[in-house]
Design a binder for this molecule. Structure first.
Ligand code: URP
Ligand code: ZN
Ligand code: ZN
Ligand code: ZN
Length: 468
């Protein structure tokens, strides 16, 4: 069993930074000591000048997701290795029940993709592509036996993943009874499809029209409707995924101010990138940034409002919605028709650094940085205190973060299986220095990789401990 002591670092907890030495025994954190008070005769890692934070938890990834006639380009192997390089030591990916398929068969298929291939620990949410009597029953079984305690539904993508209001209400009622959280892709997909067909009929085929045909009003409307349906389902816990727009955030904030079990995440792309500058890039270039919900206009206050929401906890979590597609051969499927561009941006490697910019820019405290990328996602999705905190008994998933370092983001330096980067050329303050996954150093301070495929274990999750 390995024993090592991380010395001279500054641990970041929910109450803020404090000096402590962290003792790791085997796969667990064994103890915290006042600086210099730990055992003398053990191997040490010097964390002078570094923040010692819990390994980050990305609660929204899509490795190998089938979408738009192709598959997300990161496998569980390449994607979880890239996650490790970026300081993320747990992912919660989405197993998929396609319409007409048995829920448990979909889950088995996703276990088949992930098992033995992950470099860091992983868990699953379940996407319900068809709510009916059988899938409602399956929800209970997944919660009770499989460690799957959250279910994603779609108000978007009619004919693919879409659920109507009756199906949503039934799934919410079931979740209210079995303790699960309903995750919602909140966009009015029926209305969006009308706008898409009208745009294409006018010859508006460029990538920017993906964003223009998904106006924020249709995100806000769906968010509001989901909140109301959850209210009817006796305050079923509701978590809005990839929230991008000010008006949708207002709906969440109002529900939270009323004491409701309503939560939301945003993603780095919505904090930094815009409809005009990225999705509207010349020619077909904007296809790189086609994702849903879409990037929003820089002429409206979305980005500032999202940072504010992170401060106030109206946005509880930052996830990546990592769903990479290569430009060549994948994004290009939609040349001449934006509606055929596979939806998704890859970023599992960059969330820790990109949200840290909020600390640099005085948008977030250090404690809030760690909460939004690690502690709250762990709590929200039943992984706490095993994950998301530096505490005795927790898994020794630990990141040494160097605030004096810099990170250069681009296709030449990233480890994701993508032929481009959504943040190409970004040079930002801070650097993931050393990464431990369950007591093993997987990335060292020089950026060398020591992890391995198969180290990552499946995590059976408990119920959320974040609910009111
Ligand atoms: O564009 C996105 N977000 N692709 C992934 C699927 C989803 O809706 O989360
Ligand atoms: Zn979605
Ligand atoms: Zn509020
Ligand atoms: Zn997603």
């Amino acid at each position: 069993m390995t024993t090592l002591l991380i010395v001279n670092g500054t641990v970041i907890g929910s109450a803020g930074p404090y000096a402590a030495d962290v003792l790791v025994e085997g796969e667990k954190i064994a103890a915290l000591f006042a600086p210099g008070r730990g055992p003398a005769d053990v191997e040490t890692i010097d964390a002078t000048g570094k923040y010692v934070i819990p390994g980050a938890v990305d609660a929204h990834t899509h490795m190998e997701l089938p979408f738009g006639g192709t598959f997300a380009s990161d496998t569980f192997d390449t994607g979880t290795r890239a996650a490790a390089f970026g300081g993320t030591t747990t992912i919660v990916d989405f197993a998929v029940q396609r319409t007409g398929e048995v829920v448990q068969d979909g889950l088995a298929a996703w276990h088949g993709k992930a098992e033995g291939n992950c470099h860091v620990d992983y868990a699953f949410h379940m996407i319900l592509g068809g709510v009916d009597d059988d899938s409602l029953k399956a929800m209970d079984q997944l919660v009770a036996d499989e460690g799957i305690t959250s279910f994603k539904l779609f108000m978007a993508y009619p004919g693919v993943f879409y659920s109507d209001d009756g199906q949503i209400l039934r799934a919410m009622q079931r979740a209210r009874d079995n303790g699960a959280v309903i995750m919602m892709h909140a966009e009015n997909g029926i209305a969006i499809d009308v706008l898409v067909q009208q745009a294409l009929a006018r010859g508006e085929t460029d990538p920017i029209h993906h964003g223009i045909t998904r106006p924020q009003a249709l995100e806000a409307e769906a968010t509001s409707r989901a909140i109301r349906l959850a209210e009817v389902a006796r305050d079923c816990p509701l978590y809005i995924v990839h929230l991008s727009a000010s008006q949708a955030l207002e709906e969440v904030a109002a529900a939270r101010d009323a004491g409701r079990n309503v939560f939301a995440e945003t993603c780095p792309q919505y904090l930094y990138l815009t409809l005009e500058d990225q999705l509207g890039a010349p020619g077909f270039e904007g296809a790189k940034w086609v994702c849903s919900t879409p990037l929003r206009s820089k002429h409206e206050p979305h980005r500032a409002d999202l940072w504010k929401g992170l401060r106030s906890n109206d946005l509880a979590v930052v996830s990546t919605d990592h769903c990479p597609f290569c430009f060549k051969d994948q994004k290009e499927l939609g040349r001449g028709d934006f509606s055929k561009i596979p939806n998704g941006i890859g970023g599992v490697e960059h969330r820790v650094d990109l949200v840290y910019q909020g600390v640099v820019d005085k948008q977030l405290s250090l404690a809030r940085w760690v909460e939004t990328i690690a502690t709250t996602p762990a709590r929200m999705f039943g992984l706490y205190p095993r994950k998301g905190v530096i505490a005795p008994g927790s898994d020794a998933d630990i990141v040494l973060y160097d605030p004096a370092g810099t990170t250069r983001i681009g296709v030449d330096t990233h480890h994701m299986n993508m032929d481009h980067s959504a943040w190409e050329g970004y040079e930002i303050a801070g650097r993931v220095h050393t990464v431990l996954s369950r007591g093993t150093v997987v990335v060292d301070g020089d950026g060398n990789y020591h992890g391995r495929k198969g180290h990552g274990q499946y995590l059976r999750r408990g119920l959320s401990d974040y609910l009111l």
